[in-house]
Design a protein around this ligand. Structure first.
Ligand SMILES: [Zn+2]
Ligand SMILES: [Zn+2]
Length: 100
């Protein structure tokens, strides 16, 4: 069993399935940032809340490891764990810098 891998900021299947579906036609000409293949009009993509789009397979695999956008690091739905500090996440910590 692989129980050693702890769910650390990984997206759940529900979160992945909840991504907005985007017709490939609206993104044709763009490349998938994960596999670097060009989107084709006939496929259905998934868009992150930041509006970056990916192949479903690509983003679902990515989100299984990191619940952030591969491009802009927009955070999806994270499962907060006890070690959410000192991870090098520089996104919205300008507002809350606490020194204890
Ligand atoms: Zn892809
Ligand atoms: Zn993004």
């Amino acid at each position: 069993m692989h129980s050693s891998k702890r769910a650390r900021a990984a997206a759940t299947t529900d979160a992945i399935d909840g991504l907005v579906q985007v017709p490939g036609a609206s993104r044709s000409g763009e490349d998938c940032p994960v596999c670097l293949h060009t989107f084709s009009a006939g496929e259905t993509l998934r868009a992150m809340p930041c509006a970056h789009a990916f192949h479903y397979d690509c983003i679902s695999q990515w989100l299984c490891r990191n619940a952030i956008c591969p491009i802009c690091r927009h955070q999806l739905l994270v499962i907060p764990d006890d070690d959410k500090e000192a991870k090098g996440e520089h996104q919205n910590q300008n507002q809350r810098r606490r020194m204890t």
